[in-house]
Design a protein around this ligand. Structure first.
Ligand code: GUN
Length: 298
C-alpha cells in the first residue's frame, strides 16, 4: 500500500485564490493590506522562511517589507520598534520571526505586538482566545494550516485519536487546543506526547492522525504507525550529507520512505505543511486588514 499524498501546495494555492479575491475587495475600498516581517540576526533557516513568506505576500498584492536587526539588538529596542509598527495604520500585520537571540525573551516580544496585528497568533490574548474557542482571534499559522489541510482533504477529525509529538508553543500546544474544541472541524481525542512521555511508540500506534512536530530528523518510523493512519510531517531538520552541494539535506520528522508504505495518507515534506503555514499567514493578514476597515481604524 502507498499512502495518499496530502498535497499542501495544491490546497495552499486554493486558499491563495480565495485570499486574492478578498484583497480585490479591500483594494476596491482603497485599502492595501500591509505586512511587516521583523528578523533579528542572520539565522539561515529564518532568513529563508522570511524570504519565502515575503515573496508570496508580494505575489498576492500585499504590501510587505522585512526589517532586519542585528543579532546584538536589545530587547528594549526591538519592543520599541514594535510600538512604532503598532501605531502605523498602514501596517495590518506584524510577524517577528522566531527563534530570537537568547538574550531576548520571546514571550515578552510576542506580547508587545498589538493583538489586532498579531497575524502569527502568538500574543497571549490570541492564544487565550484559541483555548477558549473564540474564533475572533488569530490562530497560529502552522497548526491552523494543518487543520485546514486535513479538513479540505476530507480526513475525518471528529472523534479521531490524534497524537501530537512535540509540545512547543508554535505547533504542538496550539494544535492540541484547536483539535480538542467542540466543533465539527475538531472534536478529536488529543494526546500530546513529549520528551518525558513514557511509551512513545505505543502512543503513536494508537493514532488515527499522527502529527510529528518535535524537530527530530526522521523520528517516526514505519513500525510506529498504525496501518491506514494519517501522518502529518511538520519538522524541517538539516542532516549532514557531503554528497549534497550545500553539505546538508533537509528531512522531516517522519521517515517518509518507510512510513508511506504503512500510512493511509501522509503530508509530503517539502510541499505539505510548509505551504499551508504561508497560506494561513496571508489569510490572517487579510483578516487583520478587513477587521481594521470594519472597526473604522482606516
Ligand atoms: N519560526 C518557526 N515557525 C514560525 C512561525 O510560524 N512564526 C514565527 N514568527 N516564527 C516561526
Amino acid at each position: 500500500m502507498s499512502a495518499v499524498v496530502l498535497n499542501g501546495k495544491l490546497v495552499a494555492d486554493q486558499i491563495h485564490a480565495e485570499t486574492r479575491e478578498r484583497i480585490s475587495l479591500l483594494s476596491a475600498n482603497g485599502v492595501v493590506p500591509g505586512l511587516v516581517f521583523v528578523r533579528v540576526g542572520e539565522d539561515p533557516a529564518s532568513r529563508a522562511y522570511v524570504e519565502m513568506k515575503e515573496k508570496k505576500a508580494k505575489e498576492l498584492g500585499i504590501s510587505s517589507r522585512t526589517i532586519v536587526l542585528k543579532n546584538s539588538t536589545s530587547e528594549r529596542d526591538l519592543i520599541s520598534l514594535l510600538a512604532t509598527l503598532n501605531e502605523d495604520a498602514s501596517v495590518h500585520g506584524i510577524l517577528v520571526q522566531a527563534p530570537l537571540p537568547r538574550h531576548i525573551c520571546e514571550q515578552r516580544v510576542f506580547a508587545s505586538v498589538d493583538p489586532s496585528k498579531d497575524v502569527d497568533g502568538f500574543h497571549p490574548e490570541n492564544m487565550g482566545k484559541l483555548l477558549l474557542g473564540d474564533a475572533c482571534g488569530f490562530r497560529p499559522c502552522t497548526p491552523a494550516g494543518i487543520v485546514e489541510l486535513l479538513v479540505r482533504c476530507g480526513v475525518p477529525i471528529q472523534g479521531a485519536d490524534v497524537v501530537i509529538l512535540g509540545r512547543g508553543n508554535i505547533v504542538g500546544k496550539p494544535l492540541a487546543a484547536m483539535l480538542c474544541q467542540k466543533s465539527k472541524e475538531a472534536d478529536a481525542t488529543v494526546t500530546l506526547v513529549h520528551s518525558r512521555s513514557r511509551g512513545v511508540p505505543e502512543h503513536c500506534r494508537r493514532a488515527d492522525i499522527l502529527v510529528a512536530a518535535m524537530g527530530q530528523a526522521e523520528f517516526v518510523r514505519a513500525d510506529m504507525v498504525r496501518p491506514g493512519a494519517t501522518v502529518v510531517d511538520v519538522g524541517v531538520n538539516r542532516v549532514e550529507d557531503q554528497s549534497c552541494p550545500r553539505g546538508y539535506r533537509l528531512v522531516g520528522d517522519v521517515c517518509q520512505e518507510e512510513v508511506r508504505t504503512v500510512a493511509g495518507a501522509i503530508t509530503p515534506n517539502p510541499g505539505g505543511v510548509g505551504p499551508m503555514t504561508i497560506a494561513m499567514l496571508m489569510a490572517n493578514t487579510i483578516k487583520a486588514a478587513e477587521n481594521s476597515v470594519a472597526s473604522g481604524r482606516l
